[in-house]
Ligand binder design. Structure first.
Ligand code: 5RP
Length: 230
């Protein structure tokens, strides 16, 4: 059985290995979560502190968490308004299948994560081995306008899903995203056709973004453990 510690070590190994993809002059999307946090820390060690050593890069954070971590690590930040096309985006995932289709949004940041990842020329997922699956079966997070919550719950039930509004852990009531919306986690059981499901979810009124990502170029599981999209 996988222990918590080995899992943490794998996350660190994957996160730090992905920092090797970073080159001087790049503008990089910075993902959210505990695995990519290791990438951000490592990039912080690589940046140019004294203008003689280190690299010059800029980061675009995908969440308040990523922004705060990047600032604390000394990673200089920019925005998509200033740099609409990114060289690279690195992020974590909750589950990823053999075709590198991923489910994201465990941190409720998938709307910004999707915008940032689609703005990048190369999108890399960092994950420990427990995130890999033959077929996706995790609940799919939806970021939903508060006014649309009941409607979306009804519509996803008709699609065969079991919706649950995500509740906060250290606050009474629901999780509110960085964009002021709710997160509805929808359990569809085994997802045979994630691309088809993604299209259906995109069409739902009031759903700002769903957590199915079909734009992953590469999966990094650790040093030398890299899987490219076929
Ligand atoms: C946040 C995400 C995270 O990247 C995902 O939940 C993985 O997190 P962790 O690396 O902590 O397991 O999608 O919205």
């Amino acid at each position: 059985m996988r222990t918590l510690d080995s899992n943490l070590e794998e996350k660190r190994a994957a996160g730090e290995a992905a920092a090797d993809l970073v080159r001087d002059g790049m503008v990089i999307g910075l993902g959210t979560g505990s695995t990519v946090a290791w990438t951000i820390r490592r990039i912080g060690e690589m940046v140019d502190w004294d203008e003689d050593e280190g690299i010059d890069i800029l980061g675009v954070p995908t969440s308040y968490q990523a922004q705060e971590l990047a600032i604390s690590c000394g990673v200089p930040l920019t925005t998509l308004e200033q740099h609409p096309v990114l060289d690279l985006a690195i992020d974590g995932a909750d589950q990823i299948d053999r075709n590198l289709v991923a489910i994201k949004g465990g941190g409720g940041a998938h709307a910004r994560e999707k915008v940032v990842s689609y703005s990048a020329r190369w999108f890399v997922i960092v994950a420990d081995a427990s995130k890999r699956a033959e077929v996706l079966d995790r609940p799919v997070p939806l970021e939903v306008l508060p006014i649309a919550a009941s409607l979306v719950e009804r519509l996803v039930k008709k699609m065969g899903g079991v919706p649950k509004i995500r509740q906060a852990k250290m606050k009474d009531g629901p999780v509110i995203t960085d964009n002021g919306n709710l997160v509805v986690d929808v359990d569809f059981g085994i997802i045979e056709d994630p691309r088809g499901l993604a299209s259906e979810l995109s069409a739902l009124p009031g759903v700002l973004e769903h957590g199915i990502f079909d734009n992953v170029d590469q999966l990094v599981l650790g040093p030398g453990k890299v899987i490219d999209r076929r």
